[in-house]
Design a binder for this molecule. Structure first.
Ligand code: TRP
Length: 479
């Protein structure tokens, strides 16, 4: 059954309980950012120092922002633009602040378009590994390595072959976006919440299972040393910038995603502990994902600094010589896929809620318009790997001179829109929102409120402002 939520309807769709909200928000936070981007960046940046700095960013900047976004949504009870307007009006501030809600909806729309393309690669690899597993079972050796008989060149060449095939990329993107759209169109309770309650437990079982596997057959000692022993000389300004950006991305901040999810909280406060649960869960998953991937990489003596292809080229090769590699390889890509689904629905939900709240569209119509639009932009992103390989969307801008379409959309949203959204959120909540209302809605009191206030009003604008400037003008960092 699809809830017919109308814009002005008295019974707006919402979460069934506090724990349902927490699970859905963790589902939004835990995604490709944790299992693909975090290990990639940690590997490239040399491990320990990056990881420790990242954790500091999460708790000093991310957590106060998580609480701020949820506060706006909880107080506003409608889409991001409407919610910011309401908080602004109740605080005697200009309703124009809602511009960062609209900007967030645009950013979320752009992010989901390429997120679905990347998730499509994962889907393809899950298919390849699944097929390999079937063959292993068929030949009576279900516990053999993955893709045996393929040379390292063949395995690594798979990604190039995939990128050279617009048809395959398109089919995978279509399947993934279709799934995202279907869940969002079903609504908050019977779509998003249901997906989270089914998929998140599955995700945790797979994560713990594969990590234990990695500890048994892989090199956990080296992995832990790599992830947690800081070599502070590696903490360059560029590495700090990428850790800050990653903290925002991983916690789903800056695009009004948590404003939107927070607006479906129907009662209760305790937003402080709720926000802490989300930040702790997201960070734990990123760290565990590191402890899942690196023991396997080190056991086979591969390079942790492989970059974005770490998960797609390095690991499938590692699975070749691992016991039960066919099975684990398949489960590994299923795990990433599950994480990606619960995040992509949170991204599509931001513009969809905007269409419902500000335009009065039905949920079906709104989800279809934005899901369809993001699908089309995604097509441009995937063509950027083959037929449009020479296109440079923002080629006039030195920052994007040499970036293909997908990386341009990723870079522009990640380096410009996301930090800008986070900056405006912190200024709005720290300086413009009525602080009495903040206390009432969040349930924060005493010294906790004081600490939060200091972080959101002073540290966040400063630190996020720095990410924005150094991200836009990398020469400032001397890089
Ligand atoms: N946080 C998700 C991840 O780590 C991605 C994501 C979902 C996101 N919603 C977002 C990123 C909003 C930025 C903004 O994969």
């Amino acid at each position: 059954m699809v809830a017919a939520a109308s814009a002005s309807g008295a019974s707006r769709d919402g979460w069934s309980s506090r724990s349902a909200f927490i699970l859905a928000a963790i589902g939004a936070a835990v995604g490709l950012g944790n299992v693909w981007r975090f290990p990639t960046l940690a590997g490239e940046s040399g491990g320990g120092a990056f990881v420790i700095f990242y954790i500091a960013c999460v708790f000093l900047l991310g957590l106060p922002l998580v609480l701020s976004e949820i506060f706006i949504g909880r107080a506003g009870q409608t889409d991001a633009v409407g919610s910011i307007k309401k908080v602004a009006e109740d605080s005697g501030a200009s309703p124009r602040w809602s511009i960062f809600g609209a900007m967030g909806a645009v950013a979320a729309f752009l992010i989901v378009s390429f997120y679905s393309v990347v998730a499509g690669w994962v889907l393809y690899y899950a298919g390849v590994m699944g097929w390999d597993l079937l063959q292993a079972i068929g030949s009576g050796e279900p516990f053999r390595g993955a893709l045996v008989g393929e040379s390292q060149e063949m395995i690594q060449g798979r990604m190039g072959n995939l990128f050279a095939s617009p048809g395959m990329l398109l089919s995978m993107h279509l399947l993934f976006m279709g799934l995202t759209l279907w869940i969002v169109a079903r609504g908050v309770g019977s779509g998003i919440e249901k997906a989270a309650t089914w998929l998140m437990p599955m995700f945790f079982v797979l994560l713990v299972g594969i990590t234990i596997y990695g500890a048994v057959v892989g090199d956990m000692t080296d992995a832990i040393k790599f992830l947690f022993t800081p070599d502070w000389s590696k903490l360059t300004p560029a590495v700090m910038n990428s850790a800050l950006g990653q903290a925002l991305f991983s916690l789903s901040l800056g695009v009004a995603g948590l404003i939107t999810y927070g607006s479906y909280i129907q009662e209760g406060s305790k937003l402080g502990s709720t926000s802490a649960a989300i930040a702790i869960a997201d960070t734990s998953v990123a760290l565990i994902a590191g402890m899942m991937i690196f023991p396997i990489v080190f056991a086979v003596g591969l390079d942790p600094a492989a970059g974005p292809t770490l998960v797609f080229q390095t690991l499938p090769f590692a699975f070749q010589s691992m016991p039960a590699g066919a099975l684990i390889g398949f489960l590994f890509f299923v795990l990433i896929l599950v994480a990606a689904v619960t995040s992509s629905i949170s991204l599509l939900e931001v513009p969809t809620a905007w269409g419902i709240g500000e335009r009065g569209w039905s949920r079906h119509k709104s989800a279809l318009i934005f899901g369809g639009g993001a699908f089309l932009i995604g097509i441009a992103c995937l063509l950027g790997y083959n037929v449009w390989a020479d296109v440079r969307l923002l080629g006039f801008w030195s920052l994007f001179e040499n970036t293909d379409i997908l990386d341009t959309v990723d870079g522009f949203t990640g380096k410009v829109m996301l930090p800008l959204g986070a900056l405006l959120t912190s200024i709005f909540v720290g300086w413009k929102a009525d602080q009495k209302m903040v206390q009432d809605v969040t349930g924060l009191t005493g010294p906790m409120f004081g600490v939060w206030r200091f972080l959101i009003a002073w540290l966040c604008p400063l630190a996020v402002g720095i990410i924005l400037v150094t991200g836009l003008f990398p020469s400032v960092l001397g890089g």
